[in-house]
Design a protein around this ligand. Structure first.
Ligand SMILES: CC(C)(COP(=O)(O)OP(=O)(O)OC[C@H]1O[C@@H](n2cnc3c(N)ncnc32)[C@H](O)[C@@H]1OP(=O)(O)O)[C@@H](O)C(=O)NCCC(=O)NCCS
Length: 200
């Protein structure tokens, strides 16, 4: 499974046509420039609001968190426990990130963030992530999204996820699932209450 996921793939920005690269974070150097880029993006308004404000207790996202994130992501690749990718622009700068948060082939959560300076890359990058996950054998991917996170809702719908009737991982979020198209079976494979082991 790790073998199918551990790939560098080109991605095109849908708005500009510019080429980017989706690559495992283990291949990203923890250079001062990369740490600066990651720190700056994670302090941008939307990324900070939706991903880091509560984690950082309302304080700015610090550069140490960027290096911890690269280390944690690299460890995920080494141990095969979680799979973080960065998206870099043609000059090698970090533009976005996305991940598969576990190695559970039955059902794994995905996540993503993108710099506002690289609008147009996220949906296409997540689509590539989904292709990799499909090839690696993941059956259901999911994401639970805050109802006011309009841009994230748009990404997840463009990527073919469907709102489902199950309990979200975070109270008040909207649950979205995507079933691998080749793995849809009969009734039991449809996104429904029955696909969620937590709903009893
Ligand atoms: C969610 C987030 C990644 C979305 O970023 P984004 O730049 O809006 O996403 P995309 O690159 O997919 O889309 C940008 C634009 O390109 C367009 N676009 C993207 N892919 C496209 C495609 N394949 N074809 C046509 N248009 C496309 C979109 O329609 C969108 O247009 P708009 O700005 O006029 O609405 C970003 O807002 C973010 O990082 N938010 C904070 C972190 C977060 O919320 N993460 C998710 C937590 S659940």
């Amino acid at each position: 499974m790790k073998h199918q996921l551990d790939q560098e793939i080109s991605v095109v920005n849908a708005l500009t046509g510019n080429p980017y690269l989706l690559l495992p974070i283990s291949k990203l150097e923890a250079s001062p420039a990369n740490l600066d880029d990651i720190t700056a993006i994670c302090n941008q308004e939307l990324v900070y609001k939706w991903c880091f404000r509560s984690l950082c207790d309302g304080k700015p996202y610090p550069p140490t968190m960027a290096s911890d994130w690269i280390n944690w992501g690299t460890e995920g690749w080494e141990k095969g426990t979680h799979f973080v990718y960065v998206v870099t622009s043609s000059d090698g700068r970090v533009a976005a990130a996305c991940d598969i948060k576990s190695a559970d082939l039955k059902r794994a959560e995905i996540g993503y963030w993108s710099s506002a300076d690289h609008r147009g890359i996220m949906t296409n990058a997540v689509r590539k992530l989904i292709q990799l996950a499909d090839n690696a054998g993941f059956r259901v991917l999911f994401a639970d999204i805050h109802p006011e996170n309009r841009r994230s809702l748009a990404v997840i719908k463009r990527c073919g996820f469907h709102q489902v009737d199950r309990r979200p991982t975070i109270e008040g979020h909207i649950p979205f699932d995507r079933i691998h198209s080749n793995r849809k079976g009969g009734e039991n494979e449809k996104p429904s209450l029955r696909s969620n082991p937590n709903v009893g």
